[in-house]
Design a protein. Structure first.
Length: 245
């Protein structure tokens, strides 16, 4: 298999350090591939910046930062949730740049109802984030409880994730700004290029019907995990890596 270029994008309130061991597992599986990890503005290593209110502004920002774009090298994007919205817009605006987009556990206004895009059981849980702001372990426990289903995988990853969160604390204001950007964005009626839709029937944050509705609109066959939560890269990295073949 030829070496591939990848951009990996995280979603709401998550940074490059929140991939956990997924990236190292990916590099073991595909040692020739080149991976560019980019943080959305306001997330991770860029937590002191202000998150934009429009998805197109994230695209503009990330294109400016990508070495692949600067060198005019084609690449794939694998992105979760909000990152997948950014990827969709990127492919729509610059169809010549992205060879293939892998969109994981994402959703779109107009395609799904608001309570499917953020399942109501999570409102109370998210309120606990305000109290957990100064305690990175508590913060990670709240988030992982919403986005993962494997207790064992949580325990394996939480120390490294919390260490990254401590260095790169998330601002509540930026979470709200990202939610506004996500709520405003509507996917195009047709797939913006070569896309793979990946979701999970066990997603408790965003209803799995969101991926299924996008797939139906675009005429794309989705790959659905049987039990993982919203954060498939943490819950079952090997499943996701096999689908990147």
């Amino acid at each position: 298999m030829h070496a591939r270029n990848w951009i990996f994008l995280r979603g709401l309130a998550r940074g490059v350090g929140h991939w956990g061991s997924f990236v190292s597992k990916m590099k073991e599986r595909f040692p020739e591939d080149r991976i560019e990890l980019l943080d959305l503005p306001g997330n991770g290593t860029r937590h002191e910046e202000k998150s934009p209110l429009h998805i197109s502004e994230y695209v503009k920002d990330l294109r400016f930062r990508s070495e692949f774009v600067k060198n005019q090298e084609p690449f794939n994007i694998m992105a979760v949730s909000l990152g997948a919205m950014v990827t969709t817009e990127w492919m729509r605006e610059y169809p010549h740049e992205v060879k293939r987009g892998y969109l994981v556990c994402t959703s779109s206004t107009g395609f799904s109802r608001f309570y499917e895009r953020f399942q109501p059981m999570n409102f109370l849980k998210s309120a606990h984030l305000v109290a957990a702001q100064k305690d990175e372990m508590a913060w990670e426990k709240v988030i992982l409880d919403m986005v993962t289903n494997s207790h064992e995988r949580r325990q394996e990853e939480i120390l490294a994730l919390a260490a990254f969160t401590k260095k790169n604390p998330m601002r509540i204001e930026n979470i709200l700004r990202q939610l506004v950007a996500a709520s405003r964005y509507q996917f195009p009626h047709e797939a913006p290029g070569d896309v793979r839709l990946l979701g999970s029937y066990g997603d408790r944050l965003v209803s799995p019907t969101c991926t299924l509705k996008i797939a139906e609109k675009w005429g794309v066959k989705p790959a659905m995990h049987s039990w993982a939560g919203h954060d498939i890269p943490i819950d079952d990295p090997h499943w996701l890596i096999e689908h990147l073949l």
